[in-house]
Design a protein around this ligand. Sequence first.
Ligand SMILES: [Zn+2]
Ligand SMILES: [Zn+2]
Length: 304
Amino acid sequence: MAQNRIILYYQFAPITDPVAVMLWQRALCEKLGLRGRILISKHGINGTLGGEISAVKAYTKETRQYPGFKNMEFKWSEGGAEDFPRLSVKARDEIVAFGAPDELTVDENGVVGGGVHLKPEEVNKLVEERGDEVVFFDGRNAFEAKIGKFKNAVVPDVRTTHDFIREIESGKYDDLKDKPVVTYCTGGIRCEILSALMKNRGFKEIYQIDGGIVRYGEKYGDKSLWEGSLYVFDKRMHMEFTPDTVTIGQCERCSAPSNKFENCSNESCRELVLLCPECATDDAKRRCVPECAVDRQSAHAGIS
Ligand SMILES: [Zn+2]
Ligand SMILES: [Zn+2]
């Protein structure tokens, strides 16, 4: 049987014709039998794909032919095309939907005015030197931190990336404006933008982790500043860096340890619920909220 892999990648680079790049990328992926998701905007590309190793390698080689993508790094992990329902390649206003397409500036070196990039060992050095003063700021959707996060991290109240600007302008985090703040997210892409948005709003000392949690976990596992599992946006739903990862998540119904999110039992709802295997078998417990009904708008009216 052929060996399969998943790749995760992004590159901030000025793209004058995102639609042309989208069509080229779609044709390339179709030719190679890859599945996954790619977004392209005038600021760059963001993708995750799965397929046979030889096809994925051919994809990376071909994609690096585009001048702006020449130095793009691809993160490889276990998995394959079957981890994705289909291939989706789209051109959008933003490669990460912060709702700030015109605030972001990108040049040939990437995002202009972002946080200082730290390698995993530099993150630990910063904490050794500055101790409790250092604040970790979660750049993901809040639910992801239920199963894993940096120890003592601040987890903003964010349901989608669109909520970040409201959060950082809310005043809730103004005491962090003079502190060293390390933003982090799964692969580093969100923090490229988030760190720039925070700096624009008066946060003075902002850092971001090169390669995000994925790279940090490869270096330190969960033996250092990271604890728990990592939520991933494919069928696997979560991954662990070591065999003895501590399960920090709790079933939302019975508080038993869990790191597995389940889809709400209302099929027209796309919310996830963190459940233990036993509660997951019960349709009533597998509701995101007890009143979640067919009409998602009314069920979630109070939340959004
Ligand atoms: Zn349970
Ligand atoms: Zn629901």
